[in-house]
Design a protein around this ligand. Structure first.
Ligand SMILES: N[C@@H](CCC(=O)N[C@@H](CS)C(=O)NCC(=O)O)C(=O)O
Length: 215
């Protein structure tokens, strides 16, 4: 397997966690430096026309894209441990929690959006940070309410790790990058801490990847 990755990418973090949980190690990791705009270069555009990380090539391809689609592919091809519950309502809840992060919140703070705010709308850095923190808090508020449900256990859905926990870990890392206080979100923080106690999550963390700064 060939994983297109960058240390800071939260979407790639999600795929790294899933691979770790399933005991998979990429044969090759291709660094696409988001800070240098390499996602927009011709070579990577051919891999993922959306110009976003991650992408995964399994065997002779084709390149898979979108973190949740990649994670479900890995779950189908390597079923143990399963990352979705068996019952349809449980699966819908887990996918809903995951999509709240990956589809509603995260896309609002990615480099292409932050760069548009800077270069086209001429927002200065404090204004751009206010934007990012606002959308982080909106997602955290919704997650916090959802996690009060009795379906939540040690993890986001019962006591088993699911795709929802993977997304919660990426939301937690993003909140940390953008200095969002998790104090008002104790249920979220409890589930996040349970995830981060697991080595599969801890060693996938952006700050543990080659090229990452010390803190
Ligand atoms: N919904 C996509 C998000 C992909 C995405 O936006 N990835 C970011 C890094 S976390 C990226 O590569 N952004 C490039 C850019 O915004 O220019 C997924 O979950 O895979």
């Amino acid at each position: 397997m060939k994983l297109f990755s960058f240390w800071r990418s939260l979407a790639t973090y999600r795929v790294r966690i899933a691979m770790n949980l399933k005991g998979l190690t990429p044969d090759e990791v291709v660094d696409v430096n988001l800070m240098k705009g390499q996602q927009r270069e011709e070579a990577y555009r051919k891999v993922n026309p959306m110009m976003a990380l991650p992408a995964l090539v399994d065997g002779d391809g084709p390149a898979l894209f979108e973190s949740l689609a990649i994670i479900e592919y890995l779950d189908e091809t390597h079923p143990n441990p399963p990352l979705l519950p068996k019952d349809p309502k449980g699966r819908a809840r887990v996918r809903g929690l995951a999509q709240l992060v990956a589809c509603d919140s995260h896309p609002l703070v990615v480099p292409r959006v932050r760069e548009y705010l800077e270069h086209e709308l001429k927002l200065d850095e404090p204004a751009r940070n206010t934007w990012c923190q606002h959308w982080h808090r909106a997602a955290l508020t919704a997650l916090e309410t959802n996690l009060k449900d009795k379906a939540t256990g040690k993890h986001a859905h019962g006591d088993q790790i699911t795709i929802a926990d993977i997304c919660i870990a990426s939301q937690g890392a993003g909140a940390n990058f953008f200095k969002v206080d998790l104090g008002p979100f104790p249920n979220f923080k409890r589930v996040l801490d349970a995830c981060m106690a697991n080595d599969a999550f801890a060693r996938a963390h952006p700050l543990k990847q080659p090229g990452a700064p010390a803190a």
